[in-house]
Design a protein around this ligand. Structure first.
Ligand code: NAD
Length: 488
């Protein structure tokens, strides 16, 4: 069946949103957005350049004066109102999400709910931010802290899940009293723009949320702007290094949420079929284009064959295709160039014998030939030192390796430069607790793949970054304590 045409009627007016004004005439060039499902152009996206970043940062700076002085209960209620509007526009927003990056409707339809949860959770913090009383010695004094916002925060996000990314970053930043210049990726600008409009409709004062889609040049102009007080970046390590280099000029604080090469560790006592089903999500969810996807499988040698058999059999039956079809679980990857990049990794692995190709490794043709569909791909007996095991491929490629002992599993799991997540599969609680402590990861999930929870801190160690989103730590990411000491 041919792929359903993209719902282009959902696309909001394109152009940047600065203060309360939409402007389509920009200095950063134009990106021609393409629907990944069928490779057809949908809209010309005007990109922000230096001039628009400057205007947006100024607008955010002007709005900051009133916003940081706005009472916490008012900030709370505005975030709750935005959550309500996201709920009301859920169908439109999930449709936009599918259009932007080809995310299947089945996943996209859950995203507004996730975004709403992040907004409401962080709304609950807005009226609880204060400070603490501090004991002093040897001199008696009254000492207390004031939790203050940074000021103007530049939030730079990738294309793989903009609706959730925007909610995850915007909600704590605003709850903490910062104003924001949000720069979505040029590949997926629509949801962020729509959320910017909804923020105005919810009653946020103009300038508190500014949305300026842009590419690398626009992003760099934003980071270099002297009016920015903090950068919160979600994306890849290569970009992170450039941002850090720019930020170093002004010693600008930067939060980083980066990529990963998270492992599913399947112990011999695990419910193997369940574990293999959960491990499948590493390639199926967002077609492997999720930072926390478990794209390595480390299986105990006693269950290795069964894990592989189950993976191969289930992946062969995964409903893959038209993102608009409600039965579809796996859609396309984001672009033609992503297709080439991912298939080049597969080719290199085959040429170099880095592992044994069990299934997939090809681009799909026929009715799907105009889109960017790659069959779910599994390599077995993967060399832990190989590109397949070490690099974030950001596509539907799973690397499976056997282990014999717990020590070996931990060594393999920790044997990359990343440290975003780890998925443990075991029926022994002692193993779960012991290995949770031993793995180098910002999050450990045992016997489940719950996604990023609003209430729990999520972020990386090592080259997966150093920011935290979610929970109290997520709000603290956008606050800094000021200490006040008064002699008594
Ligand atoms: P990317 O690094 O190419 O781009 C991310 C954002 O940075 C985009 O908005 C891009 O326009 C902007 N950018 C590019 N060059 C810039 C520069 N010099 N200065 C400022 N901004 C610049 O990443 P991507 O391809 O959009 O996303 C994929 C990556 O994001 C993967 O590595 C993935 O793991 C990571 N990611 C991490 C998380 C997390 O929470 N840890 C979540 C989602 C995605």
């Amino acid at each position: 069946m041919p792929v359903t045409a993209a719902p282009t009627e959902l696309i909001p007016d394109t152009g940047v949103l600065i203060g309360a004004t939409r402007t389509a005439s920009t200095t950063g060039g134009v990106h021609h957005h393409v629907y990944p499902g069928d490779g057809r152009a949908t809209a010309a996206v005007p990109l922000g350049g230096e001039a628009e970043m400057d205007a947006a940062v100024r607008a955010a700076g002007t709005a900051l004066v009133g916003w940081r002085a706005t009472a916490g209960n008012v900030r709370r209620d505005l975030l709750l109102h935005l959550a309500e509007l996201v709920e009301r526009h859920a169908t439109e927003l999930s449709g936009l999400q599918t259009l932007e990056n080809g995310c299947p409707r089945q996943f996209a339809s859950v995203m507004p709910t996730v975004a709403v949860d992040h907004l409401r959770y962080n709304a609950g913090w807005a009226d609880k931010i204060g400070g603490a009383v501090v004991p002093t010695w040897p001199v008696r004094a009254v000492d207390y802290t004031l939790d203050e916002p940074y000021g103007v925060v530049a939030v730079i996000i990738p294309w793989n899940g903009p609706l959730v990314s925007v909610a995850q970053m915007l909600a704590p930043a605003l709850a903490a009293g910062n104003t924001v210049v949000l720069k979505p990726s040029e590949l997926a600008p629509f949801t962020a723009l729509r959320l910017g409009e909804l923020a105005l409709e919810a009653g946020f004062p103009p300038g508190v949320v500014n949305v300026v889609p842009g590419g690398a040049a626009g992003g760099a102009a934003l980071v270099r702007h002297p009016g920015v007080d903090k950068v919160h970046f979600t994306g890849g390590g290569v970009t992170a290094r450039k941002i850090l280099a720019d930020a170093a000029e002004r010693l600008l604080p930067v939060g980083l949420e980066l990529g990963g090469k998270s492992a599913h560790i399947i112990f011999g006592d695990a419910d193997v079929r369940m574990a293999a089903r959960l491990a499948m999500t590493g390639v199926v969810a967002l077609s492997g284009q999720g930072c926390a996807n478990g794209t390595r499988v480390l299986a105990h040698s006693s269950v290795y064959d069964e894990v592989l058999r189950t993976l191969a059999a289930r992946l062969a039956r995964v409903p893959l295709g038209d993102p608009a079809d409600e039965r579809t679980l796996m859609g396309p990857v984001v672009s033609e160039s992503a297709c080439h990049r991912i298939l080049a990794v597969v080719e290199r692995a085959r040429d170099q014998g880095d592992g044994r190709l069990v299934t997939g490794g090809v681009r799909l043709g026929g009715d799907l030939g105009d889109g960017y569909f790659i069959a779910p791909t599994v390599f077995a007996e993967v060399d832990p030192a190989s590109e397949l095991a070490q690099e974030e491929i950001f596509g539907p490629v799973l690397a499976v390796t056997a282990f014999d002992t717990e020590e070996e599993a931990i060594r393999l799991a920790n044997g990359t430069r990343y440290g975003l997540g780890a998925y443990l599969h075991t029926t022994d609680l002692r193993t779960a607790h012991r290995v949770s402590r031993a793995v180098a990861a910002g999050s450990v999930w045992v016997n489940g793949v719950p996604g990023v929870l609003p209430s729990a801190p999520f972020g990386g160690v090592r080259q997966s970054g150093w920011g935290r989103i979610g929970g109290e730590a997520g709000v603290r990411e956008f606050l800094r304590p000021k200490n006040v000491w008064i002699a008594t």
